[in-house]
Write a protein that binds this ligand. Structure first.
Ligand code: OAD
Length: 250
């Protein structure tokens, strides 16, 4: 076995990455799992295991009970604030430097790709650290609040909410357009740590395949995207991605 290739990746997979002038990656909660941020759909530990998403992450939930929704987001911010990027995040930041046109598209709201040094990140589902006014959507920088009172917009006194995409909401149009464009114009598309169940993000790998890209999936489990992947690398992203980069670029 090649020393630089201990996981024995196929030679044509390595060549396809080495030769790619344009690549895109879609990441999901699995990429942050090794940083201690729970995924959404794990039956025991997933974020949605204890709650119904629409009870906490929807415009209706916020209209009915903003205090409870803020409680949930304060708890999640607490989880994320203690988390550090893991080797998968760092490998993706590295990939940005190695492939001339590389687009990182994430469904994660934790900001760990930025912390790891990725500069171009399309955040399809927003960012848990940002706030916006629930009336006009304008970003709100400084908010004061306490446990009982959700924060208010300093301009219009409307309720402030986290700047994330909730169930039933549209994705930010510009971000989605840029992600679509990257999927249509890449030679290699990596789908990493996502269950491939939530639209429209789950369509991006399929758009890439339809446009002629090679799809590489990195996930310990099979997903609905697996049948479309040319390579399915089974295992944790924090182990596989650094090994893959090492095998391609040494
Ligand atoms: P999910 O929780 O649906 O899926 C996480 C995926 O990560 C699963 O396929 C796991 O097998 C895989 N996984 C777990 N540990 C891993 C590891 N160490 N390395 C690689 N993969 C691993 O999370 P997402 O696909 O991100 O949306 O979910 C998509 C969206 O659904 C989220 O952005 C969120 C949620 O509802 C909103 O909140 C709008």
């Amino acid at each position: 076995m090649d020393n630089l290739n201990p996981l024995n990746f196929p030679a044509d997979l390595l060549a396809c990455l080495r030769l790619a002038r344009a690549a895109a990656a879609l990441t999901g909660a699995g990429v942050s799992a090794e940083s201690g941020v729970p995924t959404f759909r794990d039956a025991q530990t997933g974020l949605w295991a204890r709650y119904r998403p629409e009870d906490l992450a929807s415009p209706q939930a916020f209209a009915e009970n903003p205090v409870q929704v803020w409680e949930w987001y304060r708890w999640r911010r607490g989880l994320v604030s203690g988390a550090l990027p893991n080797p998968a995040h760092y490998a993706l930041a590295d990939l940005e430097k190695r492939i001339p046109r590389f687009t990182l598209i994430t469904q994660n709201v934790d900001g760990l790709h930025h912390t790891a040094g990725s500069r171009q990140v399309i955040e399809l589902h927003g960012n848990i650290w940002r706030n916006k006014c629930s009336r006009d959507g304008a970003q709100v920088e400084v908010v004061s609040s306490n446990q009982e009172n959700p924060p208010l917009c300093p301009r219009c006194s409307g309720l402030v909410r986290p700047d994330v995409v909730w169930f039933g909401e549209q994705l930010p149009a510009e971000a989605l357009e840029a992600a679509w464009d990257a999927a249509q114009h890449c030679a290699v598309f990596l789908s990493i740590g996502t269950s491939g169940l939530v639209q429209p993000a789950a369509s991006l790998p399929l758009i890439a395949v339809q446009s002629g890209a090679t799809l590489i999936e990195i996930n310990p489990d099979e997903t609905p995207l697996t049948p479309h992947a040319s390579y399915s690398l089974r295992g944790p992203a924090g182990l596989i991605l650094p090994e893959l980069l090492q095998a391609v670029w040494g």
